[in-house]
Design a protein around this ligand. Sequence first.
Ligand SMILES: [Zn+2]
Length: 163
Amino acid sequence: MTSYASKRCITCGDVYHMLQSGEGFPEYGNHTDSRWCIECYGLVLGALKDVKPKFIKRTVNVLETEMYSGVNVSQVLEWEREEILAHEGMLYARRVFVPLFDTVNPGNHNSVRQVFAQDGEFKGTPFILSTWSLSPDKNSVLIEMEYNVLLDKLTVPWKEYRR
Ligand SMILES: [Zn+2]
């Protein structure tokens, strides 16, 4: 099933129809902003093509950061335990990530999930915990950081803003 939406372009005022999802959607995959018709959106993309990013999201091991290098796996496992206990008996949403696979030892399972610091100076900071069922020495703590291109350094945790 497909659904078309009729829209009026905010720039030229033309009415256009866009496929929002379903069969054939990829053919319109580059038309991801419903404010403009396809022609105007092409001009917008062309005008912005030479703009260089100033900030980039990078997921890194905490050991690569200055401020979080002291956060270790056992601390984050403890925060995770506290988080689970605090939600005892209730469902709660957790952000999980695609795991890695151990092709040499398929029984070695990886789990990657977000854990918020429960206390201390980093309380509320979202860390990413990666654990392995058979090789705990490979467990690690990651964090999504904002990489400042001009300063050439990781500065603060990445934050998403809705548009
Ligand atoms: Zn237009």
